[in-house]
Design a protein around this ligand. Structure first.
Ligand code: CAA
Length: 258
């Protein structure tokens, strides 16, 4: 088992299943860089460990993750400097070779939703809320959200979520194709699903994951590159500074288009 972490909990809820729990409840599991680095490390370890055949990724009972850490991202220069480190962590999640099953209760927002969408299966609790609220901060998703949400639920619904900042609930997420099922206890159900996967041939499971991801991901490269550049450009805008200040001061933002 990997070493203990500050922002994650690790355990083994079923044979050959590792569970990774995001554990920063006071900040609603906001994905600060340290958390992402711990996650990347935990997944590296799980990838290298033959005893692990499937990973369940979960958060708390009221929040999966509230997105990037807005406090950490407040200073554009710091945000830009952290960008490379953060991208490397996202890449580890994206390249993880074993099935990743997300169990989502409560808020699954911004980078949190992008993290869930990088998982292979999303099991949602009845109370789950999915969204990309970056627009409210004068930003756009920066870890693949514009592309993967559109691929998952189609242009019109993705545009609505990304342009309004509104969330969709678990039932609508199921109907739209974002999640594979909705249940009262997503954590327990995700472990059952993961245990079923872990009982199959690891060789066949690995090839199946690669094959399905090629259908889902290969077409996204151009859009992902555009999103990355647009996100980096917006880091320097006055509107982004205002959006973040307004969030931290708990007031409505006043955007000027600069
Ligand atoms: N980053 C940093 N801190 C956060 C946070 C975040 N994303 N989300 C919540 N927090 C903090 C709050 O600032 C607050 O801290 P204090 O107690 O010190 O004031 C604490 O967590 C509790 O927050 P709330 O009082 O708002 O909790 P709530 O339960 O009433 O609401 C919530 C929960 C709906 C998730 C709300 O906190 C929220 O809207 N959070 C922001 C969501 C968001 O905008 N995410 C997008 C981030 S940008 C991004 O992800 C970009 C990217 O692609 C890389």
């Amino acid at each position: 088992m990997a070493p203990s972490y500050q922002d994650l909990l690790l355990d083994v809820p079923a044979p050959h299943v590792r569970r990774v729990t995001l554990n920063r409840p006071a900040a609603r599991n906001a994905l600060r860089t340290q958390l992402l680095q711990e996650l990347a490390d935990a997944l590296h370890q799980a990838d290298a460990d033959d005893d692990v055949r499937c990973v369940v990724l979960t958060g708390g009972p009221k929040v999966f993750a509230a997105g990037a850490d807005i406090r950490e991202m407040a200073e554009p220069q710091v945000a830009a400097e952290l960008g490379e480190k953060r991208r490397a962590c996202w890449q580890v999640v994206r390249d993880f070779s074993k099935p990743l099953v997300a169990a989502v209760h409560g808020y699954c927002l911004g980078g949190g939703n992008e993290l869930a969408m990088l998982c292979d299966i999303i099991v949602a609790g009845e109370d789950a809320q999915f969204g990309q609220p970056e627009i409210r901060l004068g930003m756009i998703p920066g870890a693949g959200g514009t592309q993967r949400l559109t691929a998952a639920i189609g242009k019109a619904r993705a545009m609505h979520i990304i342009l309004t900042g509104e969330t969709i609930n678990a039932r609508n997420a199921l109907a739209a194709g974002l999640v594979s099922e909705v249940t009262a206890d997503a954590g327990t159900r995700a472990v059952v699903v993961a245990a079923k996967i872990a009982a199959h041939s690891p060789l066949a499971v690995r090839q199946a994951k690669i094959a399905v991801r090629r259908a889902a991901e290969d077409a996204l490269a151009g859009g992902l590159a555009f999103e990355r550049q647009a996100f980096a450009d917006l880091l320097m805008s006055d509107d982004r500074r205002e959006g973040i200040a307004a969030f931290l001061e708990k007031r409505a933002p006043k955007f000027t288009g600069r």
